[in-house]
Design a protein around this ligand. Structure first.
Ligand SMILES: [Zn+2]
Length: 125
């Protein structure tokens, strides 16, 4: 198997519901998002997927989050805008488009600061 990773960034505000502590109050992060993709075979050019294409796909998803108050986005009205749920959101947005390109989405990891990150992945991906 081959595995590719790309990283991208976005800035947004959030506040956590059902949480006691500083993160209850509105504040911002510069989130870092890493996407890992797997593929069994390479194309004629020796690529699993063009990095630029993967980055474009990731950026199209995170453009919907960039410079937003995450709590105002429908998905995060239902799911608290934690890093865990941001990873879940991005995973679900990217899964099908990547499968259509013959790739399996392995994992999405979201850092809310340098030393804290959360990942979402599915059991057999
Ligand atoms: Zn926060």
């Amino acid at each position: 198997m081959y595995e590719l990773k790309v990283v991208s960034f976005f800035s947004a505000a959030h506040s956590l519901r059902e949480y006691q502590g500083k993160c209850e109050a509105m504040h911002g992060h510069n989130w870092k998002v890493e996407v890992a993709v797997r593929r069994q075979d390479l194309d004629k050019a020796g690529l699993a997927l063009d990095f630029k294409e993967l980055k474009y796909m990731l950026n199209s998803v995170i453009d919907n989050l960039d410079h937003k108050d995450l709590g105002q986005i429908d998905f995060f009205k239902k799911h608290n805008p934690s890093s865990e749920n941001i990873a879940y959101f991005i995973y679900n947005e990217l899964k099908m488009p990547l499968e259509n390109k013959g790739c399996a989405l392995k994992k999405v990891t979201v850092w809310e600061q340098r030393d804290y990150c959360a990942s979402y992945y599915e059991k057999d991906s």
